[in-house]
Write a protein that binds this ligand. Structure first.
Ligand code: NI
Length: 225
């Protein structure tokens, strides 16, 4: 499931994030890429020791993880510290699949089930730079307003098309979900939306309790913690 989560970040937060990134020093993004990905990755990232990361993570991650649609769709178990990436003119990230296991050391490792990109500057600030995700239903080209996020299965082949002018700013992160299988997560997401609607419109109806019980017990059945 490819899902756009609109308006994750407010304009106030975006303004602060953009001003922090404008003053930050970036390094070659290939330093953080493994295997094949390093050969096709041409961008810049904030280094892991950058002093701005704590504030950026407060602004971006605290808001993202509390977003109800993100919670419903991702069912997060572990969430990575994001990378803050900058793509300038001529830069691109060719077709690749994200690393399956991430984290710096044993005990801090996690499996990437879901990839997430948060767009940090407006689409008219750059030409090109679409996130192209290859799905069984064809390629999806994603270029979203600042503050919007997209999540998609980490098993998807994807790329960032070349930036032909301007500058693209994003945060990218990965989630280990409570539910490993993407098809099961999608079913749970649909069921949870029905459950939310029923709870709002018919809180005391028997059907609401039945859907709620089925949802809760499916999460129990399919969670792999
Ligand atoms: Ni990727």
């Amino acid at each position: 499931m490819l899902l756009v989560i609109p308006d994750v970040l407010s304009q106030t937060k975006l303004t602060e994030i953009q001003s922090i990134l404008q003053q930050a020093s970036f390094v070659d993004g290939r330093l953080s890429a493994g295997g094949h990905a390093a050969r096709v990755k041409h961008n810049q990232e904030l280094p892991p020791q950058a002093e701005q990361l704590q504030r950026l993570n407060q602004l971006v991650m605290n808001t993202l993880v509390q977003h109800p649609q993100f919670q419903q769709a991702a069912l997060p178990h572990r969430i990575a510290s994001p990378f803050y990436a900058r793509y300038g003119q001529g830069q691109t990230y060719g077709d690749h699949i994200d690393d399956p296991i991430m984290g710096p050391a044993p005990g801090q490792r996690y499996r990437s089930d879901i990839s997430c990109t948060v767009f940090l500057n407006p689409p008219n600030a750059y030409e090109g730079g679409e996130l192209v995700i290859h799905t069984t239903f064809g390629s999806q080209r994603v270029k979203l307003p600042a503050g919007h996020a997209v999540i998609y299965p980490s098993s998807s082949l994807h790329q960032v098309s070349e930036i032909t002018s301007g500058e693209r700013l994003v945060a990218v992160t990965w989630i280990q979900s409570l539910v490993r299988d993407a098809a099961r997560r999608e079913l749970l997401y649909e069921l949870s939306r029905a459950r939310t609607t029923l709870m709002q419109t018919q809180p005391d109806a028997e059907v609401t309790a039945q859907v709620d019980h089925s949802y809760v017990n499916l999460v129990r059945m399919w969670s792999d913690i």
